[in-house]
Design a protein around this ligand. Structure first.
Ligand SMILES: NC(=O)c1ccc[n+]([C@@H]2O[C@H](COP(=O)([O-])OP(=O)(O)OC[C@H]3O[C@@H](n4cnc5c(N)ncnc54)[C@H](O)[C@@H]3O)[C@@H](O)[C@H]2O)c1
Length: 247
């Protein structure tokens, strides 16, 4: 069997960690990329301890030279990258009228430009291999809008548009590009910071058709399907994994 290699960004914690663990269970070798090397190394160790294959690499995805070096390291350790999961991201809540240029630029640099850089760096491997999978983690806030998150939701809207364009441009190489739009996924660093009150969590759970919170495993499951052979005719799509909170 041909070895498949996935680069998962932001894989030291939360959703990215779970995606790494899940894809590894499906027999895929994992490049665990994060700006936090210690966290990435812990996840790589977890994967290896469970019988998988992984390497931890450090990079800030908004910095091309760091991404170039990290991807080269993954190639050396595991082989060509034919799956990329652009999961690394940041979020913040700032009322629109208080939003500074700097806050706007930082959000775009990580969430949107970082996705562009990482995808551009790994694409040659997919083209050479005659196929690949791009999965971008966007957000339901790009679909519905989100008060006090203009910079975040705009960056994720850009990720959705970028995904559609990648689907159009690289489909002829049998490369699919899809995005998963999560909402209220708990047990991550990001959500623990944002939803600190039990009352807020309860209100979120009661407000949705599926009466439970989202878990990183929910996103990882959708991702595992999108990178599988079964999903080869699915491209350019936004898969809402949100408990029906945006329909
Ligand atoms: N948790 C949610 O409810 C939710 C909802 C919608 C979308 N999302 C999206 O899902 C993705 C993962 O979110 P999460 O909740 O697991 O967040 P998290 O904060 O728990 O994990 C994000 C990881 O990305 C890494 N990271 C951040 N900036 C980076 C950079 N510049 N370069 C490299 N690594 C970087 C962090 O170190 C961290 O390990 C994000 O893109 C987020 O926007 C999350």
């Amino acid at each position: 069997m041909k070895k498949r290699v996935a680069l998962v960004t932001g894989a030291a914690a939360g959703i990215g960690r779970q995606i790494g663990l899940r894809l590894s269970r499906d027999g895929i070798a994992i490049g665990v990329l994060d700006r936090e090397l210690d966290g990435a190394a812990r996840v790589a160790d977890e994967i290896v301890a469970a019988g998988g294959d992984a390497v931890a690499v450090a990079a800030d995805i908004s910095q091309r030279h760091q991404v170039d070096a990290a991807v080269a390291e993954v190639r050396r350790a595991l082989g060509p990258v034919t799956i990329v999961v652009n999961n690394a991201g940041i979020s913040a809540q700032v009322p629109f009228q208080d939003l500074t240029d700097e806050q706007w630029d930082t959000m775009m640099a990580v969430n949107l430009k970082g996705t562009f850089i990482v995808t551009q760096v790994v694409l040659p491997d997919m083209i050479a291999a005659g196929g690949g999978r791009i999965v971008n983690i966007s957000s339901s806030s790009a679909q519905s809008g989100a008060a006090t998150m203009a910079h975040y939701s705009a960056s994720k809207g850009g990720v959705i548009a970028l995904t559609k364009t990648l689907a159009q441009e690289f489909g002829r190489y049998s490369i699919t590009a899809n995005n998963i739009a999560p909402r209220f996924v708990m047990n991550t660093v990001m959500s623990e910071k944002q939803f600190t009150e039990d009352a807020t969590r309860d209100a979120i759970i009661k407000a949705g058709p599926i009466r439970r919170q989202g878990e990183p495993e929910d996103i990882a499951g959708a991702c595992a399907w999108l990178v599988s052979d079964e999903a080869g005719y699915v491209t350019g799509q936004t898969i809402g994994v949100n408990g029906g909170r945006y329909i």
